[in-house]
Ligand binder design. Structure first.
Ligand SMILES: C[S@@+](CC[C@H](N)C(=O)[O-])C[C@H]1O[C@@H](n2cnc3c(N)ncnc32)[C@H](O)[C@@H]1O
Length: 209
């Protein structure tokens, strides 16, 4: 399967409108977590099964993966998980979808595509304008989690988020995972691969102030 999809392609100009919380989830009042670039969604299926007191939403740009994940949600009758297809930046920039950002408790960017060439940096999912949109809509106290095995990408993401004055870094030592979207520290597929291969993981948590 082709791994890299250009998020700036016109193919993604048509945007999936996210249904209301009531339509997506059995209990729309539960805390909501968004995973951006969720691939086949296995991480979110594990989370949704383990933490029935949270709702999970995944956005993924590879359509086939989203189609399969949506079918699996129906088959398994999972009531606290929903998938949306498209480029996260375009989806969350659309005024019809902004309500999601306002309702989030947290967002994760797990091992996003690095786009190593400088001329392709604008394809990276974390962009200053995108962080600005999130900072203007997220509730105070809501969180952003980033994780990657690519140091340059980590520095770029950290610099982009830290440059926004509405986000502050949380020291991992002071963070209580038990109340987070991932109390059991379930690993993503890429994370399992990275740990198996004894590569380093760079991660940070930010809070909206
Ligand atoms: C390296 S994979 C990591 C997958 C998963 N998060 C993990 O940790 O195993 C990055 C994923 O992000 C998706 N992606 C890249 N840019 C995206 C964008 N702008 N919007 C939504 N998904 C995106 C890719 O298609 C891919 O599935």
């Amino acid at each position: 399967m082709r791994q890299h999809v250009n998020p700036l392609s016109k193919n993604f100009d048509e945007i999936e409108v996210i249904p209301s919380l009531l339509e997506m989830f059995d209990d729309s009042k539960l805390n909501l977590h968004l995973d951006i670039g969720c691939a086949s969604g296995e991480f979110l299926f594990d989370l949704a099964l383990a933490n029935t007191n949270w709702n999970y939403l995944g956005i993924e740009i590879r359509e086939r993966l989203v189609r399969t994940a949506k079918l699996k949600v129906l088959e398994r009758e999972t009531k606290n998980l929903y998938f949306v297809f498209g480029s996260a930046n375009k989806i969350l920039n659309d005024f019809r979808n902004k309500f999601i950002i306002q309702n989030l408790k947290s967002i994760s960017f797990n091992f996003p595509d690095p786009w190593f060439k400088k001329r392709h940096f604008k394809r990276r999912v974390i962009q200053p304008e995108f962080i600005n949109i999130l900072s203007n809509s997220m509730q105070k106290g809501s969180l952003i989690f980033i994780k990657t095995d690519v140091k340059d990408l980590f520095d770029y993401m950290d610099c982009t988020i830290s440059s926004n004055l509405k986000f502050k870094t949380i020291d991992k030592k002071d963070f209580n995972y038990s109340e987070s979207f991932n109390p059991n520290k379930i690993q993503t597929n890429r994370e399992k691969y990275v740990i198996f291969n004894e590569l380093e993981i760079f991660e940070k948590i930010y809070i909206k102030i």
